[in-house]
Write a protein that binds this ligand. Structure first.
Ligand code: CUA
Length: 338
């Protein structure tokens, strides 16, 4: 009976290893390794895992043996003698765990330093978290809401939030770091495999926290710069309405303003152009170019009755050109302009 329990415990502990023996690709515990630091982080994880597993087995075995050896005897039978002190055992169980703790601290700290030390030649991308959207700004000012990076090059992310706490997490890169309002934080990675990887927000940030996901697209060697050059031209190559739609989708408007007439955190954009809106202050305002521009740059100036003034400002975040095409898009949603 004892042997059978023991065999099951051992099988359960070995299962993850048997299931992950080939060493590449996702494993039982961990997703694919796609950045330079992932192997080091996984090594720390597995070392701690195996130390814990060994102690777990040792403790269970000792517990079962002691339970059997010292179980209640029949009346009148004398109990076995108990040793109350053993210097050698005491020394072993002090020195061995101390050595292990120092070792775990060492490998953990070395891994942490790799995770926090940004290589000097890193390519810099600015990251902005906003309920419930990510945006990424490249050195030439181009903005996307999927992160695009070259393979085999360290990438430095300079991150901030326009509203509440978020956290940037890419499981395959083994990076996760908080994104804070009013402060910059940095994270870095060096992708070793091209492809697409999921990005998650791992700080509870309100209603649609679980929807705050995007992708990292890691481009093949030599393909990133051509992609960036072509994509950066969007405002000149798209019609104003298409370009405005892109601003609407990429810059986080979609999270609060629907285009199907349904009411969200802010008023729907459907049919909004030219409408007379009742403001909280009692004032009535016609939705025109100047009102839209003001609402983008100074959202708190006029708040439509029935809504809260929660919109963040886009001052310094949208260029005049982008506001211009956004206005063209709003007009098109009301069947005006073209
Ligand atoms: Cu952003 Cu959760």
């Amino acid at each position: 009976m004892v042997q059978r329990v023991f065999a099951w415990v051992l099988a359960a502990l070995l299962l993850p290893v048997v299931a992950t023996a080939d060493g590449s690709g996702p494993t039982f515990w961990m997703p694919d390794q796609a950045s330079t630091i992932s192997t080091g982080i996984d090594r720390v994880f597995y070392i701690i895992y195996w130390i814990s597993a060994a102690f777990f087995v040792g403790i269970v075995v000792a517990m079962v043996m002691f339970a059997l050896a010292y179980r209640r005897k029949r009346a009148g039978q004398p109990a076995k003698s108990q040793t109350d002190h053993n210097m050698a055992i005491e020394a072993i169980w002090t020195i061995v765990p101390l050595g292990l703790a120092i070792y775990i601290f060492y490998i953990g700290f070395a891994g942490f330093m790799d995770f926090r030390t940004v290589p000097a030649n890193a390519y810099e991308v600015n990251v902005e978290g906003q309920q419930w959207n990510w945006s990424f700004t490249y050195p030439n000012g181009y903005v996307t809401n999927e992160l695009h990076v070259p393979v085999d090059r360290p990438i430095r992310l300079t991150m901030t939030s326009v509203d509440v706490l978020h956290s940037f997490f890419v499981p395959e890169f083994r990076i996760k770091y908080d994104v804070l309002p009013g402060k910059y934080t940095t994270a870095w990675f060096h992708a070793t495999k091209s492809g697409e990887y999921n990005v998650f927000c791992t700080e509870y940030c309100g209603t649609s926290h679980s929807q705050m996901r995007t992708k990292v697209v890691v481009h093949d060697p030599g393909m990133f710069q051509p992609w960036l050059d072509a994509a950066s031209n969007w405002i000149d190559t798209m019609s104003p309405v298409e370009a405005g739609q892109r601003v609407y989708q990429v810059r986080g408007c979609t999270q609060c303003h629907s285009i199907d007439g349904s009411s969200g955190i802010g008023p729907s954009f459907k049919g909004i152009w030219g409408r007379t809106e009742q403001m909280k202050s009692g004032e009535q305002v016609v939705v025109d170019e100047n009102y839209v521009r003001e609402s983008v740059l100074e959202p708190q100036a006029k708040i439509v009755a029935g809504y809260d003034g929660v919109m963040p400002t886009y001052q310094g975040r949208l260029k005049e050109d982008e506001i211009r095409v956004l206005i063209a898009y709003l007009k098109s949603l009301s069947g005006e302009g073209s």
